[in-house]
Design a protein around this ligand. Structure first.
Ligand code: AMP
Length: 267
């Protein structure tokens, strides 16, 4: 028994190197797989009443996903009080930090990144999985700036037509129907978050800003966002289409993929 637990322990298989980042539920560190010398990311989540559901969901959903633009789960190691997700390492950091450090992306680069992100979300939606926390912090990049969507702790399996009611995710990326507390189609709310993300990576800003919370909420629920003049006509059209307030009029992920601005990404 003792031999078995040693065999399975984190330290016997990996050397933890340094801190990579902090998520809502855990800390992520870089580690070296001793046997293969491959670098991996270890997401360490403390087991508690609050995190148990997130851990189980993330484990189940990541294990079913296999897509080049979604972070891969290699292994799960349980240590006392903690679950360690051994993940593919994305050395290019996350999109939020990239934009904070270097400013907004040129449209050509944004097209490449957004096209891959659309491909990963379409893959999930076709498997009846919705992410529910799409935001630049959860979009990682590898050394060639390929997208790796991550953090499926709030994801859920959801058949088409089923409406959800629990709000979750990050307020800036919420669709109006979530803010209004209405039952929501989570495919359409994922699409809305993609629109906020697209605005952010191409302008460095958020589409709905206000000096007060009330002002922000008013702008969000009426969909009033001003697109800067340097944005191309095609991209402006795409952002306006995505940020359509009535969810039934908002495009699906398949519609977005067909938009002329979007770079179709064949796997
Ligand atoms: P998360 O808990 O998944 O939201 O991750 C928090 C932060 O840790 C991210 O924003 C990244 O900066 C970093 N991170 C998470 N997973 C990885 C990974 N697989 N490779 C590199 N960095 C990561």
């Amino acid at each position: 028994m003792a031999r078995n637990s040693k065999k399975k322990s984190l330290e016997s298989q990996y050397r933890v190197l340094f801190y990579l980042g902090e998520g809502t539920f855990g800390t992520v560190k870089l580690a070296l797989h001793l046997k293969t010398e491959a670098l991996v990311a270890v997401k360490m989540v403390e087991i508690s009443k609050k995190t148990l559901k997130v851990i189980l969901v993330e484990r189940e959903i990541l294990a079913t996903l296999n897509h080049p633009n979604i972070i891969r789960l290699f292994q799960v190691i349980v240590t006392p009080g903690c679950v360690n997700f051994i993940l593919e390492y994305a050395s290019g950091g996350n999109l939020f930090d990239l934009i904070q450090e270097h400013g907004p992306l040129q449209e050509e680069e944004a097209k490449h990144i957004f096209g891959q992100l659309v491909a990963s979300v379409k893959y999930c939606h076709n498997l009846n999985i919705v992410h529910r926390d799409i935001k630049p912090q959860n979009v990682l990049l590898d050394e060639e700036r390929n997208v790796k969507l991550t953090d499926f702790g709030l994801a859920i399996k959801c058949s088409p037509g089923r409406l959800l009611s629990r709000n979750c995710g990050t307020k800036r990326f919420w669709a109006p129907e979530i803010l209004l507390g209405e039952p929501y189609d989570s495919r359409k709310t994922d699409v809305w978050s993609l629109g906020v993300l697209l605005f952010f990576i191409t302008t460095g800003d958020y589409p709905f800003a206000g000096s007060t919370l009330i002002e922000f909420e008013q702008k969000l629920t009426t969909g009033s966002c001003r697109i800067p003049p340097y944005i191309s006509v095609k991209l402006e059209n795409l952002i306006h289409q995505i940020l359509t307030v009535p969810p039934e009029k908002r495009p699906s992920i398949e519609d977005i993929e067909k938009h002329p601005w979007v770079m179709k990404c064949d796997i």
